[in-house]
Design a protein around this ligand. Structure first.
Ligand code: PSU
Ligand code: MN
Length: 309
């Protein structure tokens, strides 16, 4: 058995100091870097995200597991290791954290596991790209058991997650239903439509609209009086970066066919689909992905600063 004396979670000095002084800190995840972006580009994006958080007056805390240790706030060398070609990192959801740490593995954290580690460290705000959700039922069935652990994490972990909605292959209405069941407030930032990652609108109305970071902070504070669930802030991709809908729909149809042909399931679905988009669009979706994450992280930092004031 692992002794509870072992430092299972290591915070960088900068993040620890900022939290001790109750300054604004924003958690950043690592799966979008290691499994969502190609090597080289991922390190550039990692640096840009951290810079974006700092420009808003908050401290970035990128989260990952290296050699069995959960890290909150990475050194330059650790960030490089995470983004290396052939880094061969596991994609760690929340259920994978215990095994990875106990067995000395290295891996990148998803929305679910990043939220859990952020909360364990005392970080309240987290910026990412897209959220996992409820899949459509397979042909011939009426229900699916493929529901992302990201939704369960939002139910139990009191962190604000800023994202651009979820992948368009998901059942967005079903995902919003699960979030309602889990008592997770869902806010649209300056939009009445729930966004769908590469596109600004999914055609599904957002449960509630907010227009200022201070309103988001007020909602988080008020929600805390009644529930320990997370809060979801959906921020549409910047208009200038939105993908052409026709191109998007074509790549999505191709991608779904590819998943079927290669018999891809579970946690490999998102990385394979994103890679198809990135190569088939000749980088258009890469730019879109980067821009939406930067925009979310910037908004997360602005809300974190409001919450700290
Ligand atoms: N945002 C991105 N790229 C990503 C993800 C988010 O721009 O790759 C990751 C997150 O880590 C999220 C995961 O938790 O996709 C969802 O994976 P799944 O569909 O397997 O639940
Ligand atoms: Mn799944």
């Amino acid at each position: 058995m692992i002794s509870s004396q072992l430092p299972l979670l290591a915070m960088s000095a900068e993040v620890a100091d900022a939290l001790a002084e109750e300054r604004a800190v924003v958690a950043l995840e690592s799966t979008l870097l290691s499994h969502g972006l190609p090597p080289g580009r991922n390190l550039e994006v990692a640096h840009r995200l951290e810079r974006t958080v700092r420009e808003q007056g908050a401290i970035p805390a990128t989260i990952a597991v290296l050699d069995g240790q959960a890290l909150v706030g990475l050194s330059a060398g650790q960030l490089e290791r995470l983004c290396e070609p052939g880094a061969d990192l596991d994609k760690l959801s929340l259920r994978d954290l215990g095994p990875a740490i106990a067995l000395g593995r290295s891996g990148a954290t998803t929305v679910a596991s990043t939220s859990a580690l952020a909360n364990a460290a005392g970080i309240k705000v987290f910026g990412t790209g897209g959220l996992g959700g409820v899949h459509h039922p397979l042909p011939g069935t009426t229900a699916t058991w493929d529901v992302s652990a990201d939704l369960g994490a939002l139910e139990r972990i009191p962190v604000l997650v800023v994202c651009s909605g979820m992948k368009s292959i998901l059942d967005i209405e079903a995902t919003l239903e699960v979030l309602e069941t889990n008592s997770v407030p869902v806010l649209g930032y300056r939009t009445d439509d729930f966004p769908s990652f590469y596109l600004r609108s999914s055609g599904v109305p957002v449960p509630r609209r907010v227009d200022e970071p201070s309103q988001v902070a007020d909602v988080v504070r008020a929600h805390r009086h009644f529930a320990d669930s997370g809060v979801l802030l959906a921020n549409p991709i910047p208009a200038k970066s939105e993908m052409d809908r026709e191109l998007h729909d074509r790549l999505l149809a191709e991608g779904l066919e590819l998943l079927r042909a290669r018999d891809v399931h579970g946690s490999d679905v998102t990385p394979v689909l994103l890679e198809h988009f990135h190569t088939a669009s000749e980088g258009v979706s890469l730019d879109a992905n980067e821009d939406l994450v930067v925009s979310n992280v910037e908004l997360a930092a602005r809300v974190a600063v409001e919450l700290a004031s």
